[in-house]
Ligand binder design. Structure first.
Ligand code: IMP
Ligand code: MG
Length: 185
């Protein structure tokens, strides 16, 4: 199902990569994998805002095991399509990570700079365990400190938007994931 394209002219120059039904099916599977993997109630899902807000909302509804939910805000891109490499932490929850199995929820892993920064930080807080779940993995990061245990899709190395992912804060609301094409004029 693809929503009416002509209702929003801003969609021009976008190739659909993952349709909403494909995303929904895979997210459900991930929720089931996570439910099965953790044999504990001391589970904390830590979503990275803003990119993972939609993924997180769908994912938690497919996890049939008690867990806590938190968000952390890291920013690395600014207005461009390439990572600045400099990751700023804009919001850091005061939730106690000690005695919790922490599952970091990412929208997409590109250069790996954001993940490495977060992994380094979270490890200083002594969680019982730390794993990563990412919806999309571009597999271009040269040195990831921790490989994601749960991966939704092995993504193309394009610039992707929609389903939470933005380009200069636009397109997050799109129900599909698309690749942003260069448009002439
Ligand atoms: P990294 O630090 O380069 O791995 O990038 C991680 C963050 O940058 C992600 O959490 C996204 O917010 C953003 N990002 C990376 N690649 C893309 C993309 O293709 N589209 C939109 N945002 C992206
Ligand atoms: Mg972003």
């Amino acid at each position: 199902m693809q929503p009416e394209k002509n209702t929003l002219t801003e969609w021009h120059g976008i190739d659909v990569v993952y349709q909403p039904d494909v995303i929904a099916r895979r997210v459900r599977e991930l929720g089931e994998e996570i439910t099965e993997y953790y044999d504990t109630e001391e589970l904390l899902l830590l979503g990275t805002l803003k990119g993972s807000f939609m993924f997180m909302a769908d994912l938690v509804r497919s996890i049939s095991r008690a867990h806590l939910l938190e968000f952390i805000v890291a920013a690395s891109y600014g207005k461009g399509v390439t990572s600045s490499g400099h990751v700023r932490l804009l919001y850091d929850p005061q939730a106690v990570f000690e005695g919790k199995h922490v599952l970091l929820i990412e929208d997409i892993v590109d250069s790996g700079a954001t993940l490495n920064r977060l992994v380094r930080l979270l490890r200083t807080r002594d969680p019982l365990s730390l794993e990563i779940c990412t919806l999309l993995h571009k597999h271009v990061a040269p040195n990831l400190m921790l490989e994601p245990r749960f991966v939704g899709f092995d993504a193309p190395a394009d610039f992707l938007i929609g389903y939470g992912l933005d380009f200069a804060e636009q397109y997050r609301h799109l129900p599909f994931i698309g690749s942003l094409q260069e448009v002439d004029g």
